[in-house]
Design a protein around this ligand. Structure first.
Ligand SMILES: [Zn+2]
Length: 282
């Protein structure tokens, strides 16, 4: 089993050894797409900008050194992140200028930076802590944004379009908030469990969210009240579903195609008719 480091944490090599929140979510969305991604046969053509904005903000609050290192880093291709943040050079502006998304990211940073509560709760923690452990007999990995072991809590920092936007939940046929929609309750439950196994300490999760609005909105969330039950449900769900995902990774079971996602549309071949009344709508 390869030892997890900051360098190999996001590599597909370690994804074969450890389940993670994002890999689990990939499998839940579409098994065929998740496996193709793991095999490096296919990559979603998502816009890199939201990810860059997220990393830009995270590294800022990690440390000045981490932020500089991130700016100088070359993720893919020849350009550094610092270069990717600029618009194309023109005659009148040979250096280009900072893209609008990153001007906004600077505002998002400022709103958190000057917030006393954020400084008191998020900033003292150890940043980007890698945790591992077993859930339902399988190896898992996680990376915690800010861990304050001494006071028994951990925080994740999330960027979001609008904290109050509603999201349709097809499974339960109701609107939910972005935290439920993105599965962050499950992520908090996983991290809580991995922290307990890594450090032998029960920590409670918090989320700090900052929005991409002008001016940016911000909120701090705990997982008390009914959320506690939802966290337990999320762990139970993992224990029920992950066996199949591991079997798919081991080549023992063929992955199901969801039939609707980017990967499935790309690889689709018709084999007959379906009834008009059987079209799934959501
Ligand atoms: Zn699919």
């Amino acid at each position: 089993m390869p030892k997890l480091t900051a360098k190999n944490y996001y590599s597909h090599e370690t994804d074969w050894e450890y389940m993670s929140f994002s890999l689990y979510k990939d499998f839940k969305n579409c098994e065929a797409a998740a496996l193709a991604k793991l095999n490096e046969d296919w990559q979603p053509t998502s816009s890199p900008t939201p990810l860059l904005v997220g990393n830009y903000i995270h590294s800022y609050f990690e440390s000045p050194e981490a932020h500089q290192a991130w700016l100088d880093r070359t993720e893919t291709g020849a350009k550094t992140n610092r270069e990717l943040m600029m618009t194309k050079p023109t005659k009148t502006n040979p250096d280009g200028h900072l893209r609008a998304e990153f001007k906004l990211a600077d505002q998002m940073i400022q709103t958190l930076k000057k917030d006393r509560f954020f400084n008191y709760v998020y900033m003292p923690g150890e940043k980007e802590v890698i945790v591992t452990g077993k859930i339902g007999g399988h190896e898992w990995k996680g990376k915690v944004d800010s861990l304050v072991l001494g006071k028994g809590y951990f925080c994740d920092l999330k960027t979001v379009d609008d904290i109050h936007k509603k999201h349709w939940n097809d499974e339960n046929q109701l609107y939910t908030n972005f935290i439920e929609d993105r599965g962050y309750i499950m992520q908090a439950a996983i991290y809580k469990e991995l922290i307990k196994q890594s450090f032998n300490k029960n920590c409670q999760p918090f989320i700090f969210a900052v929005s991409k609005q002008t001016p940016p909105d911000k909120s701090a969330f705990d997982f008390q009240g009914d959320t506690k039950f939802l966290m337990q449900e999320a762990i139970d769900e993992i224990k029920e579903n992950q066996g199949r995902y591991w079997q798919i990774m081991n080549g023992e079971v063929a992955p199901k195609h969801c039939g609707k996602c980017e990967y499935c549309r790309l690889t689709k071949e018709l084999s007959g008719f379906q009834h008009v009344t059987d079209i799934e709508v959501d």
